[in-house]
Ligand binder design. Structure first.
Ligand SMILES: [Zn+2]
Length: 268
């Protein structure tokens, strides 16, 4: 399909997976343990290609280690499972700070408010540019797989969003009818979130998602992977759109694991 590039990737995908990397994944990536063996194998292949193609740079003296690279790559590649992917084609470099960093931002909030200035950031993704992460936050969210927050899922969702040519909350979808359904469901849910914010009502979707449709997509991506049972129960149509897009039934994955652990408890 991609000619030479495709053949090269197939070769890299099949390289023996270093034992050290396997240990890092098992130790750091809580989500890995939810995946079945076939998906785990697919993920390892994606990680090989990702690490072959992307460059990592440490900032403020942070030394890039295998642990940093593999922990970030594994989470970025979970978003690629089951998909026909070109591996974040406009992303070449991942910049990693040791701690949350400061960034000059201009943010448009509902009601025409523009927030500007320096803000402590956990992550950043530039359209056709780098992803910027802070290592202490990455490692914390990789271990805690169901607090609805994962900065790597969030920033790489922005990269997927940008593959359509614009960061507007509409990634590349297979056809016109899928776009129509996506726009309707996400449009309604986004509006609901704005209404909740305006009326000072509580919301299970993080209000950061009300910043704009691109943030909404990234925030719901975190929710979809981290709390799928809750997302499906409270927002079934939204869950369905994300299930189709990511080609993963994350709720079924979590439910299976719940049953497994209940079974184990009974045996014990
Ligand atoms: Zn964001």
């Amino acid at each position: 399909m991609f000619g030479l590039k495709h053949r090269k990737r197939e070769r890299i995908r099949k390289l023996p997976f270093p034992e050290k990397w396997q240990d890092i994944i098992e130790k750091n990536i809580a989500y890995y343990h939810h995946l079945n063996y076939r998906d785990q194998a697919e993920l390892r292949g994606h990680i090989q290609i990702f690490l072959h193609e992307k460059k990592f740079e440490g900032l403020i003296g942070l030394e890039i280690t295998d642990e940093i690279k593999v922990t970030i790559a594994a989470q970025a590649c979970i978003l690629l499972l089951h998909r026909d992917t070109d591996y974040y084609p406009t992303l070449f470099t991942i910049l990693v700070y040791p701690h949350p960093f400061f960034s000059n931002i201009k943010q448009y909030l509902p009601g025409g408010i523009v927030a500007e200035g320096e803000q402590g950031r956990l992550g950043e993704s530039w359209h056709r540019g780098p992803v910027i992460l802070s290592w202490d936050n990455v490692s914390r969210s990789a271990h805690d797989h169901n607090d609805k927050h994962n900065v790597v899922f969030h920033e790489f969702a922005h990269q997927l969003d940008g593959e359509s040519g614009a960061n507007d909350g509409a990634p590349v979808l297979p056809n016109r009818s899928t776009y129509i359904a996506w726009a309707r469901v996400l449009g309604e849910e986004y509006q609901d979130l704005l209404d909740h914010l305006k009326r000072h009502h509580k919301s299970d979707i993080d209000f950061y998602g009300a910043t704009n449709p691109a943030e909404f997509f990234a925030v719901v991506t975190e929710y979809f992977f981290e709390k799928p049972i809750q997302l499906k129960m409270r927002h079934p149509e939204l869950y369905e759109q994300f299930k189709n897009f990511y080609k993963l039934d994350t709720e079924a994955i979590m439910l299976k694991d719940d049953k497994d652990s209940i079974g184990k408890k009974e045996v014990l």
